[in-house]
Design a protein around this ligand. Structure first.
Ligand code: NAD
Length: 484
C-alpha cells in the first residue's frame, strides 16, 4: 500500500477535480524516488473537462477581444507573483536546474503577456465596393474547445504557446500535460484562476496519453488539437483528427544542424554550440543536435566545444551551481545511452563525457555527463535519429555544399544555426536549409514575435507570432449590400 499522498489530478471549471483512474507516481529524476502520486483521468473525467470548456466558451468568446486580453494579463501577472513557488516544483518533477526552471516559467508568462499585447491591436478586414454598393468583410471566429497536449521537457512554455493565442482568439482550452510532469501545470491553472481567469476557460486533465490524451483527441466537442511531442504520436493524432475534420497543429521532433564556417567568430560559435546542445540537459526540440565545421577551423572548434562540455557542472537541479540536471526518466536515459553507444561502436570518437558521472551523490538519479563525439557514422543514431540528451556529434566538412547536403539529410526540419562572417554564405544557408527557423550568428532563442514550427517530420502549423492566431481561428466572409 502506497504511503504517498494522492493528488486529485485534474482542474476543471475552476476547481480541483478528483480523477477516477488509478494514481501514477511522480518521480524526482535527481534521485529516482517517487514523492507524490496523482490520480489519472479516465474518459469520463476528460468528458467533464471538455464539457466545462464548452459551457464556458460562448461567454468567453463574446467578450471584447481587448477584455479577454485584460483578464488574461491580470491572471498572468498573478502567476508571475508566485514564480518562486513554481520554480522548485518544476525542478522537482522535471529535473532541470532551478535556473532553467526560472528561465522557462518566465518565458511562459512572457508569452501570455505577448498575446495580451496583440489583443489590443487585432483588426479585421473590410473591402469596400466589391460590386457597386456591396462591401465584403472577413470575420475571425474562434474554433471552440481546443485540446492542448504537451510533453515533459518544457511543461509551462509549451503549454503557454498554445494557451495564449487560443484564449485571446476566444477559444477555451483543456490541457493534458505529460503523465510525468502534472504538478506545475495544475498549480499554473490554479494560479490563473486565482488571478481572475473565469471558470472553465482553462482546464487541465492529467494521466496517460493512451487514455486521457486519446479521449481528448476523440471528443466530438474538441475542435482543434494543438500537440507538442514525438513524431509517431503526432502522426497518430493527425490521423485521428481526420474524423470530425478537426484542426491540428503539430510541433514534433527535431535534429537541428549547426554549420560553422571558416570565417566565423569561432569563440562565439563554440559557445552557442555548447549552450545549444547542453541546455536543459539536451532535452529540447530546438537544440544543436548535429555540428558541421568547415575543415580549415575544425580543430579549434572541436577542441573548444569539447573543453566547454568537460567543464559543465552536472548536479541535482535544486543544488546551487548545477548547470546540467538529470535526464527526465530512466527510460529516457536508456534510449539516449543506446544511441550514444551505437554511434561510438560504429566508429565515433568520444572527446568528452561518454558515460554517467561517478559522483556517488548522483548515483540514484538519471544523470549523464555532457558528451562530445567526433565523426560518428553518417547512418548512426546520432546522425539519423532525434537524440534527446546531452551529446553532441561533430563532423568536419570540406565546403558549404557538403555542409548543406549533410545538414538537410534528415527526416526532420525544425531549426538550424549558421555561424559565418560572410553575408552571401549567410543568405545562401538561410535559403537552402530545409527547416522552419534559422539563426545566423545568434544563439538559439525562440522569439514570441516570430512564427515557429517545423517542416518535414518536425510538424505542421505555427506557434508564436501573430501567425499563431490563424491556427486558432476560422475566417468567415460576409457580404453586405449597403442601402443605396
Ligand atoms: P510523446 O509524444 O510521447 O508525448 C507527448 C504528449 O502526448 C504527452 O502528454 C503524452 O502523454 C501525450 N500522448 C502520448 N500518446 C498519446 C496519444 N495516443 N494520444 C494523445 N496524446 C498522447 O513525447 P515525449 O517523448 O513525451 O516528448 C518528447 C518529444 O517532444 C520529442 O520528440 C521532442 O522533440 C518533442 N518536442 C517538440 C517540440 C516542438 O516544439 N517541435 C518541443 C518540445 C518537444
Amino acid at each position: 500500500m502506497s504511503t504517498l499522498t494522492t493528488h486529485p489530478g485534474s482542474f476543471i471549471a475552476g476547481a480541483e477535480h478528483r480523477n477516477a483512474g488509478d494514481p501514477l507516481e511522480v518521480v524526482n529524476p535527481a534521485d529516482g524516488r517517487a514523492f507524490t502520486e496523482v490520480a489519472t483521468a479516465t474518459e469520463a473525467d476528460v468528458n467533464a473537462a471538455v464539457e466545462a470548456a464548452a459551457d464556458a466558451q460562448k461567454a468567453w468568446s463574446e467578450l471584447a477581444v481587448s477584455k479577454r486580453g485584460e483578464i488574461l494579463g491580470r491572471a498572468a501577472n498573478h502567476v508571475e507573483e508566485h514564480i518562486e513557488e513554481l520554480i522548485p516544483l518544476l525542478t522537482r518533477e522535471q529535473g532541470k536546474t532551478l535556473r532553467d526552471s526560472k528561465i522557462e516559467i518566465t518565458k511562459a508568462v512572457d508569452t501570455l503577456l505577448h498575446y495580451v499585447g496583440l489583443s489590443k491591436s487585432l483588426r479585421g478586414v473590410h473591402t469596400p465596393n466589391l460590386d457597386p454598393g456591396v462591401d465584403g468583410m472577413v470575420l475571425r471566429r474562434p474554433l471552440g474547445v481546443v485540446g492542448a497536449i504537451v510533453p515533459w521537457n518544457f511543461p509551462t512554455t509549451l503549454l503557454c504557446n498554445k494557451l495564449a493565442p487560443a484564449l485571446v482568439a476566444g477559444n477555451t482550452v483543456v490541457a493534458k500535460p505529460a503523465a510525468t510532469t502534472p504538478l506545475t501545470t495544475l498549480r499554473f491553472a490554479e494560479l490563473l484562476a486565482e488571478g481572475g481567469l473565469p471558470e472553465g476557460v482553462f482546464n487541465v486533465v492529467t494521466g496517460k496519453g493512451s487514455v486521457a490524451g486519446e479521449a481528448l483527441v476523440s471528443h466530438p466537442l474538441t475542435r482543434k488539437i494543438a500537440f507538442t511531442g514525438s513524431t509517431p504520436v503526432g502522426e497518430r493524432i493527425m490521423a485521428q483528427c481526420a474524423h470530425g475534420i478537426k484542426r491540428v497543429t503539430l510541433e514534433l521532433g527535431g535534429s537541428d544542424p549547426m554549420i560553422i564556417c571558416d570565417d566565423a567568430d569561432l569563440a562565439a560559435a563554440a559557445s552557442a554550440a555548447s549552450m545549444g546542445r547542453f541546455y536543459n540537459c539536451g532535452q529540447a526540440c530546438l537544440a544543436t543536435k548535429r555540428l558541421y565545421v568547415l575543415d580549415q577551423v575544425a580543430d579549434d572548434v572541436i577542441a573548444a566545444v569539447a573543453a566547454k562540455a568537460a567543464k559543465l557542472q552536472v548536479g541535482i537541479g535544486s543544488a546551487p551551481g548545477s548547470q546540467i540536471g538529470p535526464l527526465h526518466s530512466e527510460r529516457q536515459r536508456e534510449t539516449f545511452e543506446r544511441q550514444v553507444a551505437e554511434s561510438v561502436a560504429g566508429g565515433g570518437e568520444v572527446l568528452a563525457g561518454g558515460g554517467r558521472p561517478d559522483d556517488p551523490a548522483l548515483a540514484n538519479g538519471w544523470f549523464y555527463s555532457p558528451t562530445v563525439v567526433l565523426e560518428p557514422p553518417k547512418d548512426s543514431p546520432m546522425a539519423r535519429e532525434e537524440v534527446f540528451g546531452p551529446a553532441l556529434p561533430i563532423w568536419r566538412v570540406k565546403d558549404l555544399d557538403e555542409a548543406i547536403e549533410l545538414a538537410n539529410d534528415t527526416p526532420f526540419g525544425l531549426g538550424s544555426a549558421v555561424w559565418t562572417g560572410d553575408l552571401q554564405s549567410a543568405e545562401r544557408l538561410a535559403a537552402e536549409l530545409d527547416c522552419g527557423y534559422t539563426w545566423i550568428n545568434s544563439p538559439t532563442k525562440v522569439y514570441d514575435e516570430l512564427p515557429f514550427g517545423g517542416l518535414k517530420a518536425s510538424g505542421y502549423g505555427k506557434e508564436h507570432g501573430s501567425e499563431a492566431l490563424d491556427y486558432y481561428t476560422d475566417t468567415k466572409s460576409v457580404v453586405v449590400k449597403r442601402a443605396l
